[in-house]
Write a protein that binds this ligand. Structure first.
Ligand code: PEP
Length: 253
């Protein structure tokens, strides 16, 4: 039985005061369920990790990073390594978010190195995959997701992949207010699970959690998470509002 996993990606939002306030609100509002019936993580901007780690204290709200670099240390200006993230209290690291793929220009090869580095450094990666609107319209969704999944996990053993969460995030649904219908999302989640079963084995495929992301909100969260292969949500905009994020967490239970 897969425990639902709700993660908030704050992107380039909040400040030193509001990041702490938001984290405190999430911790106090999710005390009864976080870590018990639902895994909860929040991913603030790097610069607020240390303030937010204090705010979450020893609660069951975990901390995640929005990105990671694959090298351990050295002359990589502006980058953050797995050991730095661990040292700052992170448990999870988002790898290959669509904004990093399509705004910053990250490739599947780079994302694969990030996933591997996260696992090697003791972090749990959340590997994001998802098609552009033009790709969906050209009936390329399955091909794109298959490529991103296979290349993102290339060279990783089943044991390592058991540390990974997959997030299916159709790019046309991220931050646009357009949500994939539960049916559209379920179809892709089912494909991902089938691919994992082919790449590894059915036991592993049944264990791995696959989140949906793309304009998730309190009004659609329960229906999305009610689909057999949707094991939680990666939430952008709605994770910045305490009430909305808490309502999504509660919809997972
Ligand atoms: C995201 O950033 O991963 C995301 C899904 O954003 P939003 O919920 O705002 O669409």
């Amino acid at each position: 039985m897969r425990k639902p996993f709700v993660a908030g990606n704050w992107k380039m939002n909040t400040d030193s005061h509001s990041s702490v306030e938001l984290a405190e609100g999430i911790v106090s509002g999710s005390l009864e369920v976080a870590g018990k019936s639902v895994t909860v993580a929040i991913c603030p901007p790097f610069v607020y990790l240390q303030a937010v780690v204090k705010a979450v204290g020893n609660s069951n709200v975990a901390l995640g990073a929005q990105d990671i670099y694959f090298e351990g240390n050295g002359a990589f200006t502006g980058e953050i390594s797995a050991s730095m993230l661990k040292d700052s209290g992170c448990v999870y690291a988002i790898c290959g978010h669509s904004e990093r793929r399509h705004v910053i220009g990250e490739t599947d090869e780079l994302i694969n190195k990030k996933v591997a580095a996260a696992i090697a450094g003791g972090l749990l990666p959340i590997l994001c995959v998802g098609e552009l609107l033009s790709e969906r319209q050209a009936s390329q969704t399955n091909d794109v997701v298959t490529r991103q999944l296979k290349e993102g996990l290339a060279g990783l053993s089943a044991e390592k992949v058991s540390a990974v969460t997959i997030a299916y995030e159709p790019v046309w649904a991220i931050g646009t207010g357009l949500t994939a219908t539960p049916d559209q999302a379920q179809q892709v989640h089912e494909l991902i699970r089938k691919l994992l079963s082919e790449m590894y084995d059915d036991e592993l495929a049944q264990e791995i959690r696959i989140q949906y992301g793309g304009s998730a909100k309190p009004s659609n969260a329960a229906e999305l998470m009610g689909q057999p292969d949707i094991d939680g949500l990666l939430v952008g905009g709605a994770s910045l509002k305490t009430e909305d994020f808490l309502a999504i967490i509660k919809a997972a239970v």
